[in-house]
Structures are given as structure tokens and as C-alpha cells.
Design a protein around this ligand. Structure first.
Ligand code: TZP
Ligand code: MG
Length: 381
């Protein structure tokens, strides 16, 4: 028997889910305006559409015939929306449209979850499962629209991206590689998050680098995070900022982001995601982060490191990682002195997302080293 065509199956279901979300998004944008639901359906759609970025590099190239399935369910859904639009005078037809598309989304997500599990992509399967639970919540909220209930607690969930290698840029002048070269090499390995971390170049150079890397991340479906500088992150429409304990407090960062977004002419969509990451070095800081507007935490340093020259905390060690993995529900990134040799110990202590800077960036072939590390973490995630 020939190998089942997993691509076609995954691609068709991804498309089915995204089309269903698109119909709901359009409905709540134009026919029955509800900005909270528009933002939520859009963020869920973006999250789901980004998932294959980790999957495709590990499978052979997606054939054109499989891509045809992108067209498969479009006309059918468009017809649904047109029919409901023409006859939307009655509530029941609108309700039917919403219910039918919610079911389509949930069934598609269930298939995606099962296929992912079947091909050994357990982390991806869990992400689709989380998205399915979010879609049940979405369905409930669709029928509360117009009531006093608000949608404030419908927050996009990006936790599925915190899986595998968390890429961080570092220049390697000895090999003539700058941050952009390194970032692109990491993206080619399939990382789902890339952080731009540059402590030396002037801001103009950093801005130019970030414009290129934000663009590259967008085309690869990865999240782009800027270290330290909120101004730079906002200027290039990054997906988030990574802050240290000595940087701007997360609540202040949120305040600035909201102010910028309120201004007309902002380059940032009101409803695009903006993640805040915070480095933590002990249980007290991790617990405090859980009560702040923080989307993920850095956990470390796990081992001594030469990369962070301004390190001003003790080595947190594997015990701290083990503690956060059991006690903190935020997504976590293990960092500091992690190498190919000690990676298994890090994974044994609960890490599902790890940042390795020098041991990946200082290799001759960054993409190959990063790809190996990424695959090793994904297998355990
Ligand atoms: N934060 C804590 S340790 C560290 C940062 C940015 C550096 C990690 O680099 P390496 O080379 O993986 O030890
Ligand atoms: Mg910092």
C-alpha cells in the first residue's frame, strides 16, 4: 500500500478550519458587528495558519496537487455566507450559519489533531486540541453577542508556539555573519519564534535588521520578538517584546502599546498579537510574572554562560526549571548554557522550548545544528 497522503489531509483540514473562521470573522465584522469576536476569530485563524511552519520542513515538499485543496471548501462556504446574507432577516438562519461554521471548525481541528498525532507530531496535536477548546468557547460567545456580556477574557493563545528551539540572533564576526544572516539561518531550520537580540549596534542598524527579519518571520509563519527595545518592536510591527527584570515593567509596556495603538496612523492592527516575555531567575519572579501581563517567561540561567556578559543573578539551575515546569502555567523558555550535550537533562526536567545561542549560532552550519536541536526538543515536547 502506498504511503497515505498526509499533506492533502492536513492541508484540506487547515483550509476548512480557516475558512470557517473567516466566515465568522466576516459575519461579526460586517453583518453583526462585534469587534471582540472579530479579534478573537482572526487571532485563532492566524494561530492555526502558522502551525504548518513547523510541520512542512519536516515532511517532503508540498505538491501542487495538494495545494489545490485550498480551493476545495471555499465556494461551499462562500455560498453559505451568501445565502445567510440574503435571508439574514430571521435569527434562525444567522444562528444556523454560526453553528454550521463552528462545527466545521471543530471537526477540522479534531482531524488535524488526530492526523498530527498519527504522524508523531504530539506537540502540534496538543496545539490543535487547545484550539478546539478555544473554538467551543468561541461558539458559546457567538450567541452571547449583543448581550451585556463582554469578550474581554477571550484572549488569543500563542502557547503552541513555545515548542522546540526558541531562536535568538547573535552576530558571529569571525565567520562574517550578522544578525540577519543568523536569523534567516534559524528560520530555515523551522523555528517558530525568533528573537532579535543585539546589544551593540546603533538603533538605526537594528531597525534595518528588524525590518528584514520581521518580514522573513512573516513569510515563514514564525513569531518575531525584539529584545529590550519596545520602541524598536513597535516600529517594525514585531509580534512581541522580551524584557528582563531590569527592563521596563510589563504593565508599563502594555500601557505604551495601548497608547500607540489608539493613535490613528499606527502601523499596527488593533487586534494583532503583541506578546510580552519576561526573564525570570527564581520562583518568586516566576510567581510574580503569573500575576502580570506576561505571555511567557524565560527560565534560567540553567547553566553558566559566556554569552550574557551582564548576568547579575546566580545560576538558577535545573532545579528551578523543574520547579517552573510543575508550578507555573505560562509558556516557558529554558535558557543559559544549554548545549547539545546537556539538552537531554534540560528536557528531562520539563522543558518543551529551549533557547541555545552560542552552541547553535557558533556552528559552521547554523541551519543544520538548529534543525537537529529543534527536532530533538519537538520529539519530547
Ligand atoms: N539570558 C539568560 S542566559 C542568556 C540570556 C540571553 C544567554 C544564553 O546564551 P547561551 O550561549 O545559550 O548560553
Ligand atoms: Mg533586557
Amino acid at each position: 500500500m502506498s504511503e497515505p497522503d498526509y499533506y492533502r489531509l492536513l492541508d484540506a483540514n487547515l483550509n476548512r478550519v480557516c475558512e470557517g473562521l473567516r466566515v465568522l470573522e466576516d459575519w461579526f465584522r460586517f453583518a453583526s458587528p462585534d469587534p471582540g469576536l472579530v479579534a478573537y476569530t482572526k487571532s485563532l485563524r492566524h494561530r492555526i495558519r502558522l502551525q504548518p511552519s513547523v510541520l512542512w520542513p519536516r515532511l517532503p515538499a508540498l505538491g501542487l496537487d495538494a495545494r489545490d485543496s485550498l480551493l476545495d471548501c471555499g465556494p461551499e462556504i462562500t455560498r453559505d455566507l451568501q445565502t445567510a446574507g440574503k435571508t439574514s432577516q430571521t435569527h434562525s438562519q444567522a444562528d444556523h450559519l454560526i453553528t454550521a461554521n463552528c462545527k466545521r471548525i471543530q471537526e477540522g481541528l479534531r482531524s488535524l489533531e488526530e492526523i498530527s498525532r498519527l504522524i508523531g507530531q504530539t506537540c502540534l496535536a496538543s496545539t490543535f486540541e487547545e484550539c478546539r477548546y478555544q473554538s467551543y468557547e468561541l461558539e458559546k460567545r457567538c450567541f452571547l453577542t449583543g448581550q451585556a456580556e463582554t469578550h474581554k477574557d477571550l484572549k488569543p493563545d500563542w502557547s503552541g508556539h513555545f515548542c522546540g528551539l526558541y531562536g535568538i540572533t547573535m552576530a558571529d564576526p569571525a565567520r562574517g555573519r550578522g544578525h540577519v544572516d543568523v536569523g534567516r539561518a534559524l528560520l530555515a531550520a523551522g523555528v517558530r519564534i525568533l528573537q532579535y537580540r543585539n546589544k551593540t549596534d546603533d538603533l538605526k542598524k537594528q531597525y534595518e535588521d528588524c525590518l528584514l527579519l520581521a518580514d522573513a518571520c512573516r513569510s515563514e509563519g514564525a513569531l518575531f520578538i525584539v529584545n529590550d527595545r519596545l520602541d524598536l518592536a513597535l516600529a517594525v510591527s514585531a509580534d512581541g517584546i522580551h524584557l528582563g527584570q531590569e527592563d521596563l515593567p510589563p504593565a508599563q509596556a502594555v500601557h505604551i502599546i495601548q497608547n500607540v495603538r489608539q493613535r490613528t496612523g499606527s502601523r499596527i492592527d488593533d487586534d494583532s498579537p503583541f506578546l510580552i516575555g519576561l526573564s525570570t531567575h527564581n520562583p518568586g519572579q516566576a510567581e510574580a510574572a503569573s500575576t502580570e501581563p506576561v505571555d511567557y517567561i524565560g527560565v534560567g540561567p540553567i547553566y553558566p554562560t559566556n554569552t550574557k556578559t551582564d548576568l547579575n543573578c546566580p545560576i538558577a539551575g535545573l532545579d528551578y526549571l523543574n520547579w517552573t515546569s510543575r508550578n507555573i502555567s505560562l509558556p516557558q523558555v529554558a535558557i543559559g548554557g544549554i548545549t547539545m550535550e546537556n539538552l537531554t537533562d534540560v528536557l528531562d526536567n520539563g522543558a518543551r522550548c529551549c533557547a541555545l545561542i552560542s552552541s547553535v549560532v557558533l556552528q559552521d552550519d547554523i541551519t543544520s545544528a538548529a534543525g537537529q536541536v529543534h527536532a530533538q526538543i519537538m520529539e519530547r515536547a
